[in-house]
Design a protein around this ligand. Structure first.
Ligand code: DC
Length: 224
């Protein structure tokens, strides 16, 4: 087991609560946090602003490799401009899921993601953290929840941020993105063979985070 710079990988479908849970676990352990979906969203946003087509793989990969980005707490900057609200629209999510099918874009983002692995440790969330980006993660969690629960969470988040939202449309969008992410040829959304699966439909964020922390402590204890 690699405990030099430990990684906790949390994968799962859209709006499964993985981001909130991963942030919480990272804060409790004093670990760094990688929201890999934000990188795909940044490529989506940047390419849209530069009018690069969703299927122009060479240009998208070039863009992904050169992205000038900065994460500062909950704020995300592209070319030194804050873009946080623009990243979390449904349109950006849909475009991110589409460009994420491209193997060249994924390769261009691989090392950027691995660069987040710095002491004392990393909690990373996404779709392929446990399968591709950090296959030696000490703990891999695959977080699921029913479509209804996820659409409800997303609806609440959007409303809280002051966005207009429609529950039925959100449900349809989530299912379409899940299908696209799970059925792509490269790094599809699926649990790693050594992942623990956790259904969060009936659990609070606190309960999910507590369970992950307990697993982490168990792993650490048995690896000594
Ligand atoms: O986690 P998110 O909803 O912000 O991710 C947006 C899209 O980015 C998701 O639908 C697919 C893609 N993605 C990916 O392919 N691999 C990751 N590790 C993270 C996100």
């Amino acid at each position: 087991m690699n405990l030099t710079i430990p990684v906790i990988a949390i994968d799962g479908p859209s709006a499964s609560g993985k981001g909130t849970v991963a942030r919480r676990v990272a804060a409790q352990l004093g670990f760094h946090y990688l929201e890999s979906g934000a990188l795909y969203r940044l490529v989506a946003l940047s390419s849209q602003r530069q009018a690069v087509a969703e299927d122009n793989e060479p240009r998208l990969a070039e863009l992904a490799a050169k992205l000038n980005i900065r994460f500062q707490g909950d704020h995300i900057y592209l070319e030194n401009q804050e873009v946080t609200p623009d990243l979390y629209t449904e349109d950006c999510a849909r475009r991110a899921s589409t460009i994420a099918r491209s193997p060249t874009v994924r390769t261009a983002l691989l090392e950027r993601q691995r660069d987040f692995r710095v002491p004392p440790g990393l909690v990373a969330d996404g779709r392929d953290m446990g399968t591709v980006v950090f296959p030696d993660a000490v703990l891999k969690v695959f977080l699921t929840a029913s479509v209804a629960a996820r659409a409800q969470r997303r609806y609440k988040q959007l409303k809280e941020k002051g966005f207009d939202a429609n529950l039925a449309a959100l449900s349809r969008d989530l299912e379409a993105r899940d299908a696209q992410d799970a059925n792509r040829a490269v790094a599809p959304l699926k649990p790693a063979s050594d992942a623990v699966e956790l259904g969060s439909t009936d659990l609070s964020i606190e309960e999910v985070a507590a369970r992950i922390l307990a697993w982490w402590l168990e792993r650490k204890a048995t690896s000594k």
